[in-house]
Design a protein around this ligand. Structure first.
Ligand code: COA
Length: 561
């Protein structure tokens, strides 16, 4: 086996650069072109690749060492062709470029291209990025509506050799990002439009506030920005208030080499959340691996999983969504602006969270309630004097209790990795009020008869309409029912009332021709829409629950079985 010295190749302007990361250790098998170490100057960082494949016998550098072209980094026991043909230490291939150049900010000041008084639109174009051709956009670091600073990175591109961040030549509000992940870009491509921009002064020093932002390598020339004639909208725009403040901090660009970034991307690790333990807080491959282990073991949640306290008024879910469109509706006709009711604000926030956090599926079915409706009508006649009116909803509540007893996972809530099975049967029902939707909870429905349920429901519905429901009236539900039967519709998708795991939607019952084996007969059918949390409930269970509910409603005696 041949021993090969791996040397630092021609790394351009880099002279006496510090080793800040060791990417391999003795005993590792490396491929040709695999990065061995990361070096960093005051301008940029780059990875030094191995010129051969083989096994690392010795590492000749340590963290903090200074290296330059020709310095020996490692001794490899070469495999493959090199081993067979080359007994001498191979010189570093002169033409070999460094594996990766990581830029955190442009070296030179941003091109003085924005309109002088900071008011117009500025086109951001890809600067001269050296050998980079047709490089893919791999990461978007800002989104439309974000306020960006001069030299703040807008997105990252990556070739097979290096990754690089493209900075903004001016400060302003990002009006449009013309690239998306996967796009291939080249020098001069229009990539973004900034509004209300103030360009970097022509002679601004390229100093950043962090070491990472100090400057960029020769490869990263300043972004070419061209002022376009302000569009009418831009011309009339007043202060450039960002339409959206990103909920996550503007990426301060986690300090990590391209290979670590690639590794993190492959694992889906959000680098911004990883604490770097390398030199100057640099994120190492081991940091990414440790972060992954922590998340997998449940010791850590990523922001996207909702562990962090929600930003004021935010969902806490961390979805990377586009900002809400800002429209001046008055431009299109007369409008009136009314504040949302308190209930609408609260229920809206809850509905949004439940909709995005629970994987909903809705199972639609129908129940034959012909006999039950006849019974309901006769019951109401008999009880006319009592003042209690029985609606189909009371029967459905009792039927749901029977189904919950048969399928206990519907009467449950997720608590971390555990499912809490409830042994009580409290049924919530959505009530429409002038101020919005509320869900009072009818307690201990299993212990009450239809008449009592009807009376309590009427009482709770009145309290709801009068705005007198207390918090206790709306807590402790097993499962909820949303009945639109009195209004109309055929089927719909009710949103689960977290932390419950299912909700039943009722639509308007209708007479339908049903085949009884010999002929079509008119039957009163009630549409049942059962939304369930697919993390807890399988589709088959939901279909069984709904079918059972239909059977009970079709023949109420089944409840006794
Ligand atoms: N099919 C046909 N008719 C139905 C029906 C159904 N599934 N359910 C109720 N009805 C009828 C009732 O029999 C009643 O008829 P009547 O006036 O001839 O006696 C009429 O519709 C009105 O019933 P309602 O007073 O609404 O009683 P209810 O017990 O069905 O519902 C509430 C009570 C409080 C749930 C209901 O008033 C309500 O607020 N529903 C809206 C819920 C909602 O907004 N959900 C949407 C959430 S996204």
């Amino acid at each position: 086996m041949a021993l090969v010295n791996i040397q630092v190749p021609d790394i351009g302007d880099f002279d006496e650069v510090g080793v800040i990361e060791l990417l391999v250790k003795v005993g590792d098998t490396v491929k040709a072109e695999q990065s061995l170490i990361t070096v960093e100057s005051d301008k940029a960082s780059m990875e030094i690749p191995s010129s051969h494949a083989g096994v690392v016998k010795e590492l000749k550098v340590q963290l903090g060492d200074k290296v330059k072209q020709g310095s020996v980094i490692a001794v490899l026991e070469a495999t493959g062709e090199a081993a067979a043909s080359d007994e001498k230490p191979a010189p570093a291939p002169a033409a070999q470029a460094p594996a990766a150049i990581e830029t955190q900010a442009p070296a030179a000041p941003a091109a003085p291209a924005a309109p002088a008084a900071g008011g117009g639109a500025v086109e951001v174009r890809v600067p001269d990025i050296g050998d980079f051709k047709d490089v893919a956009v791999i990461e978007l670091l800002v989104q439309p509506g974000d306020a960006v600073k001069v030299e703040q990175s807008l997105f990252t591109v990556e070739s097979d050799k290096a990754s690089m961040e493209i900075p903004s030549p001016a400060a302003g509000v990002l009006k449009e990002l013309k690239v998306k992940i996967g796009d291939k870009i080249n020098v001069g491509d229009l990539v973004a439009v900034l509004e209300g921009a103030a360009a970097a002064p022509a002679a601004a020093p390229a100093q950043g506030s962090t070491p990472a932002a100090a400057s960029a390598p020769a490869a990263a020339a300043p972004v070419a920005a061209q002022a376009s004639a302000p569009a009418p909208a831009a011309a009339t725009a007043t202060a450039p208030v960002p339409a959206h403040q990103p909920s996550t901090p503007t990426p301060g660009l986690p300090h990590a080499s391209p290979s670590v970034r690639k590794f993190a991307r492959e694992l889906g690790v959000p680098l911004a959340e990883v604490k770097g333990t390398g030199i100057k807080g640099r994120i190492t491959q081991e940091d990414v691996a440790a972060f992954t282990r922590q998340v997998m073991s449940g010791a850590l949640q990523t922001q996207a999983q909702g562990s962090k306290a929600p930003a004021a008024g935010g969902s806490g879910v961390g979805l990377d969504l586009l900002p809400w469109p800002k429209v001046d509706f008055a431009k299109f006709g007369p409008v009136e602006r009314k504040e949302l009711s308190r209930i609408k604000k609260i229920s809206g926030a809850n509905l949004s969270r439940n909709w995005v956090m629970i994987p909903h599926v809705t199972n639609n079915d129908e129940a034959d309630i012909t006999e039950l409706e006849a019974f309901r009508v006769s019951t109401n006649k008999e009880n006319e004097k009592s003042g209690v009116k029985v609606t189909m909803l009371a029967f459905v509540i009792k039927a749901v209790v029977a189904a919950l007893k048969k399928f206990p996972e519907f009467n449950a809530s997720l608590d971390g990795d555990a499912l809490v099975y409830k042994q009580y049967f409290h049924i919530g029902f959505a009530a429409d009020t002038p101020n919005g939707l509320v869900v009072p909870v009818l307690k201990d429905a299993d212990k009450k008869g239809i008449l009592q349920i009807s009376a309590e429901m009427a009482e709770l519905a009145k309290k709801a309409r009068d705005g007198k429901l207390g918090a206790a009236d709306m807590q402790g539900g097993s499962m909820s029912i949303s009945s639109l039967g009195g209004i109309g519709g055929t089927h719909f998708t009710p949103i689960i009332n977290a932390p419950e795991v299912a909700i039943l939607g009722l639509s308007k019952s209708q007479m339908k021709p049903v085949w009884d084996g010999q002929q079509f007969v008119p039957r009163l059918t009630l549409p049942l829409s059962l939304s369930y949390d697919h993390r807890v409930i399988d589709g088959a269970s939901a279909a069984r629950f709904n079918a059972y509910l239909g059977q009970v409603l079709a023949d109420y005696r089944r409840i006794l079985l």
